[in-house]
Design a protein around this ligand. Structure first.
Ligand code: SF4
Ligand code: SF4
Length: 283
């Protein structure tokens, strides 16, 4: 079973929920941190990293000695990552590649009539793999300055072991990296907080999940702060609220030290086990 943990808004406590869930489950668990722009689950899980490897995509390299500057590669590229400057009276032609914009789709090399585009590897991030007790841990880390998280997220997800309970810590928001992270999940937990900002971003996340047809439920963190608009919204939309975590100074303090809720307060373990049971009943 694959459970992703997402939040429309950053800072809602998504990682403390996902790591607490992982620590509460019996049996083999695999934890994937797909928040590759800012992975932080390792701070809570503290895995022994055993393997590191580069994540790369294939980008075009043009052999201009064979290029006729026909422009077909430029027309094929949906991301403006390749530009063709045709030859002028006093200038030679030029085919420019912008690797940082390239998504590695391969369309340009496939469509080049001269077959003068070679695909070369470009590293965009790293993947680290390790374990902590019965938790297998994998996270990706996007290289500094890189803009495209999905290739690194896909590399992390290629490691999914379907025999295990898989927990995916997704990035916050509702953009492409979130879609890449939660796609294929059996269930998605949306972690929110009962504030106007939290509710606004929860509504956006709900729209995404409904579009993707992934079953989901809500965890309200710091549930005793803010207002009751989140409860009312979930009631109107028949969205199950599966867990409420009250605000406690001690939880916030443990979080700031990199300690998840169940490690700091083991009494919460049964609540997270109950959360899994509720998820199983829904799926
Ligand atoms: S499609 Fe091939 S031949 Fe045409 S401009 Fe691009 S690289 Fe040159
Ligand atoms: S591989 Fe795809 S994204 Fe990259 S330059 Fe070619 S067509 Fe554009």
């Amino acid at each position: 079973m694959i459970i992703s943990v997402a939040s429309g808004k950053g800072g809602t406590g998504k990682t403390t929920v996902s790591t607490s869930l992982a620590f509460s489950l019996n049996g083999d668990v695999q934890f994937l941190d797909c928040d590759v722009e800012e992975p932080n689950a390792h701070i809570f899980i503290k895995p022994d990293i055993k393997k590191t490897e580069a994540v790369s995509i294939l980008v075009p390299e043009v052999d201009e000695s064979k290029c006729t500057f026909c422009g077909k590669c430029q027309q094929a590229c949906a991301y403006n990552a390749i530009a063709v400057l045709p030859p002028g009276d006093n200038s030679k032609g030029k085919t420019l590649v912008f690797p940082a914009l390239c998504h590695g789709c391969g369309a340009c090399s496939y469509l080049c009539p001269q077959k003068c585009i070679k695909e070369v590897k470009r590293d965009v991030g790293i993947l680290e793999e390790g374990e902590k007790g019965s938790i297998g841990f994998i996270h990706g880390r996007l290289n500094i300055g890189e803009a495209m998280a999905p290739p690194v997220i896909r590399a992390v997800k290629k490691r999914i072991d379907p025999k295990k309970t898989v927990i995916i810590d997704a990035p916050p928001g509702t953009s492409c990296p979130v879609i890449a992270s939660i796609q294929g999940s059996d269930f998605c937990l949306l972690v929110t907080e009962p504030t106007p900002f939290g509710l606004n971003d929860l509504i956006l996340a709900v729209e995404v999940l409904r579009e993707m047809k992934i079953p989901f439920g809500v965890v309200v963190n710091r549930s005793d702060l803010g207002d009751d608009e989140t409860d009312k919204y979930c009631g109107r939309e028949t969205i199950p609220i599966l867990m409420k975590i009250p605000f406690k100074r001690e939880i916030a303090s443990a979080y700031s030290k990199g300690i998840s809720i169940v490690k700091a307060f083991p009494k919460y373990k049964k609540d997270f086990q109950g959360l899994l049971e509720k998820i199983k009943r829904i799926t």
